[in-house]
Each structure stands twice: as C-alpha cells, then as structure tokens.
Design a protein around this ligand. Sequence first.
Ligand SMILES: Nc1ncnc2c1ncn2[C@@H]1O[C@H](COP(=O)(O)OP(=O)(O)OP(=O)(O)O)[C@@H](O)[C@H]1O
Ligand SMILES: [Mg+2]
Length: 266
Amino acid sequence: MDRSISSCVAMAWHDDANLVVRQHRLLMIVGAPGCGKSWYAKRQAQQATGRPAVVLRGTPKTDLVHVWGGRVIGDNMQTGFADGPLARSLKSEDWLVVEELNLIPLETRGYLLDLRGEDSITNPITGEVIHISPNWRLIATANSDSVACHRHSGVAAALIDDFIVIDVADLSPSLLKEMLVDNFPTASMKLIRETIEAWSSFREVGETSDAGGDAPSKLNFRSASHYLKLRLAGMTPTKATRYALVNKHIIDADRHTAALVKAGLS
Ligand SMILES: Nc1ncnc2c1ncn2[C@@H]1O[C@H](COP(=O)(O)OP(=O)(O)OP(=O)(O)O)[C@@H](O)[C@H]1O
Ligand SMILES: [Mg+2]
C-alpha cells in the first residue's frame, strides 16, 4: 500500500461516509477541488476489499466503451472483448470509484440505472448479464462548482436519486495543519505555521460577494502543499508565495491583480 493510501487525517465527514458505504451501494461525495474526495474513496475501497479500487475518470467524452469495454485484437489476431472498469469491478467485486460522475454524458449514464438496487445489470455492448454482489460499492466524486448542471434531465435525476450524497465542507486552518503534518512529516512546525499563515492570507482575495457572478475560487490543500514543498526545497517565502499562492488566482485577472498587490508584488 502506498503512503498516500495508508496515512490519513480523519475528517469530520469520514465517519458518515463509512456508515453510508456499510449500508448502501451508491455514495456520491461532492466538494471543492482538493478537499479529499478521491483520497477518501480510494482509501476506503482499499480498506474494505484489501485491493485498490477500479477507477473510472468521467469526462464529457466518456462513452459506453470507456465504461463497459470494447473489442480488442489479441496476440493471435483473434478478436475478443476486454471488459471496461464497470464490468471488471462488478466481476472482481473491487469497488468502483467514478471521478467526476457529473461530467459523464447522460446517454452513457442511462445504462447505469440498473445499479440502483437491482442484483444484476446488462452490458449494453455484449448483452452479458453481470451479477452485482451485495458487497460491491460505487463511490462517485463530483466538484461542487460543476455539479449544478442546468441540463439535468430525468436520467440524471433518476441516477442521482439512489446515491446518498455527502457534501464536504471547506478546509479549515486546523484541518489544513493536520493534513500538512501528515503529508510532510519532515517539515518543522515553524514552517508549517508559516505555510498556514501565507495560505490563509491569500486563500481568498478581491471581491467575495459578487452577486450573480461565479462563486469565489478558494485556495485548497494543494496550494498550501505546493508552498511548503517550494519552501522545503529552499525557495524564498516571497517567490513561494507568488508561485504557489498568488498565481493560483491567475485565471481571474482582477483577483490576480489584487493578490499581487496584497503580496507587494505588483
Ligand atoms: N484524509 C487525508 N489525509 C491526508 N491528506 C489528505 C487527505 N485527504 C486529502 N489529502 C491530501 O489532499 C490532496 C487532495 O485530495 P484529493 O485528491 O482527494 O482531492 P479531491 O477532492 O479529489 O480533488 P479534485 O476535485 O481536484 O479531484 C491529496 O493528494 C492528499 O495529499
Ligand atoms: Mg479527485
């Protein structure tokens, strides 16, 4: 097991998610980027089955072949069928982690509806009927900023309807501290404190209550870990602030300018 799976900071919602997966087949975790959705899903799958999760990364181009599998030509030039992630995980009873389920087109998701409580599902490409073990689980992740899709049709709602949905709160400085200690065991407390202070002051910059506009982007654990990584490598605080914190706001010109001004870098 790699370190990323074996070590773990307990988060407030983990116990609830553990309870859900003990009782129910379909769990969805919704939260901001970097809040620990994938980390939890993979770790929980590994702990429950003793084997890594099968992972399907959802995109707007995910089609039936990505989910169920496709025809392949073997060494002997014979054609065969290679199961995709869903079929493989159902057969092996390894848990399936579907990243960004909400990005998968509705026509692909429509073939997943039998996952809602049925004890078998048909591979729409081969017609094979696959048993769904009572031990099998699907943990889906979705980013809170992209989950609210205005094109939600009946299919999307019907599938989501049988997921238990856990929403993950924003990162607090105290949780950030625990995560930094866990991820950087060699860093001094002085450097960890410096990182939290720098991260906190650039976490949000500029206008935050922009009525009708996009929700303000917030720096997450990854930005803090980038800052600490650069500092551990010997970079000055000013440069690390610029590259790991200030420039994370670069996709919004106004916020980026505000962050540069705040850092005295404009
Ligand atoms: N429970 C935890 N304990 C320690 N570190 C964690 C924990 N959860 C997450 N992390 C750290 O935070 C990083 C980001 O977590 P993760 O990849 O799960 O975020 P995510 O919510 O899936 O983000 P995205 O939406 O961008 O995919 C991980 O790579 C890991 O370093
Ligand atoms: Mg993720």
